[in-house]
Write a new protein. Sequence first.
Length: 247
Amino acid sequence: MALEIIGDNVVGLSDYEAALQLQTILVTACEGKRDGEPAIIYQQLRRWAMSKAGWASAIPSFIKGCHDLPSFWSYIRGVSDQWEPRRQHVREALSPLLSVSELSPVVAKSSNWTGIQSAAERFSAAKAMLPVAQASIEALIAHYERGQGNGGPPLDEHEEAIKALRELHQKLGDIIKLVESEKPIPARLQREAVDFLRRSVKEVKDDLMPFTASALCMVVFSALGFPNVGSWLGAAALSIRKSSDKI
């Protein structure tokens, strides 16, 4: 997976960890492995290292001169025809870079100051929160199915709420399966889930407890990066506050 770089910081990694990853890629490339994902990450980390202020003297000349792993492979073959001397050469050359990176201050995750989460952060949030949201919806469905509390059928005005919540529950279940298997969530499924979320909110907007749980779902979808959902959070909080004032 390609790295996410904002400014001169690698999201999710300290400078030292990023420098170590650069070294690992180059050490592995000493054996001739120079294609695929490592090749992409090398180019990202090379640009990152060269963008760091004050690091120029610590960056080996072969990193400055080798724009990609194939060119590094051409260079490293001239150092030795054996793997271990090549690896040792890389480690020694990168020692100053590792030293300077180790002294860099640890930067907080970008989401702490931009509000934008990396893909890894969104995945972690989804894995933790989606089951909670689904359980909340199950409680809402049970709440509406109790009707008037006398064992009778649900009230007519709750039928659409139950239907929308069941559909949302199903879509959440589909998303959870994808998240657990670390598969991407199709845009179609995102749109369907958001649509059922919108319908659910519309049906339960006058009920404080269900609307609070719906707000939880909004938080989850916003964390996943679904479009136009985060903007609903303020409206949810405002509606709950107004309802509370009337009690």
